[in-house]
Structure formats: structure tokens, C-alpha cells
Write a protein that binds this ligand. Structure first.
Ligand code: SF4
Length: 157
């Protein structure tokens, strides 16, 4: 088994409980934040690696909406609602710099439970409200989410 998958499997229940509590505790305050003050982070592992033409921006990718994966739907919805920014992250480390630069009041993070728990700890420090959307199928490539569930969270108001 891939070492990152093995690590995540061992800790998954702890992370799941932590994240579930965090989402619930912030949901009402999150709803009060304007879409223009919210950022969405999605992981690059959700891209359809066989056809993705996303633009490489260094620490993240910009989706060109080839419709090869669910990121296109999330990106489209975020634009329609007026979200501040949308990033396809190559890794979690660059998120801290983006938070410092963009100063969002709230963020939505899509990630495996392990990455999600790390990101929530980081946003706690910065006092930024978070809603987390877990990957249904995790791993290091071609991962997946429940799109309808994600849309509900992105639409929270
Ligand atoms: S929809 Fe965007 S992220 Fe998904 S495969 Fe196409 S360019 Fe890549």
C-alpha cells in the first residue's frame, strides 16, 4: 500500500471526528460571510490526469474548464456566486502564503481527512472560518468527491 494511504487509513477516524466537529461549530458564522470574502481550495489530485490542461501557476493550477473532472463544476459555481478566489493546490504548504496575501474571512477546503485536519489547524491560528469537504475516494491521484454535497456547502448562506 502507498505510504500516504496507509498513514491516512490509520488516522482516518480521529480526523473524521475532528473535522465533523469543526464544520458544525463554524457553520452558522460561515454563512454570514459574503461570497466575495471566501476562497475555495481544491487538491490537484482531483484533476483528470489523462486530459487535464490546467495552467501551472507554480504552487497551484488554474482550471481551464475542459470539463474532464468535477473541479470544472466547482469552479463554475464559485464564479457564479462571486467567490473571491479558487485554487487547485499542489500541496498544503502554499496555502499559508495565500491566506496572508488574500486575507479571506472564510475558506472552503476539499481534501483527504489528514490534509483537512492540518488545514483547519492552520486556519484556526489565522482566525479564518472554514468548511471542509472530504474526498470520497482519496489517494494521490484521480480522487473524487460527492459533488452535490460540495455544492450545498459552497452555497451556504
Ligand atoms: S476541468 Fe479543470 S482541473 Fe479538471 S481536468 Fe479539466 S482543466 Fe483539469
Amino acid at each position: 500500500m502507498d505510504i500516504c494511504l496507509a498513514f491516512k487509513k490509520i488516522n482516518k477516524n480521529n480526523y473524521r471526528n475532528f473535522i465533523s466537529r469543526k464544520n458544525k461549530s463554524m457553520a452558522e458564522r460561515f454563512k454570514s460571510v459574503d461570497f466575495s470574502d471566501r476562497i475555495i481550495f481544491v487538491p490537484h489530485c482531483m484533476r483528470n490526469t489523462k486530459m487535464c490542461k490546467a495552467k501551472d501557476e507554480g504552487s497551484y493550477y488554474s482550471c481551464v474548464q475542459c470539463r474532464g473532472c468535477k473541479i470544472a463544476d466547482i469552479f463554475t459555481l464559485s464564479k457564479e456566486l462571486g467567490y473571491k478566489k479558487f485554487y487547485i493546490m499542489k500541496g498544503g504548504k502554499a496555502i499559508h502564503n495565500i491566506l496572508k496575501t488574500e486575507k479571506p474571512k472564510a475558506v472552503i477546503g476539499i481534501a483527504c481527512f489528514f490534509e483537512g485536519a492540518q488545514a483547519i489547524k492552520m486556519t484556526d491560528k489565522e482566525k479564518i472560518l472554514v468548511q471542509f469537504i472530504p474526498l470520497l475516494k482519496d489517494g494521490c491521484c484521480d480522487t473524487d468527491i460527492d459533488l452535490e454535497e460540495a455544492k450545498k456547502i459552497i452555497n451556504l448562506r
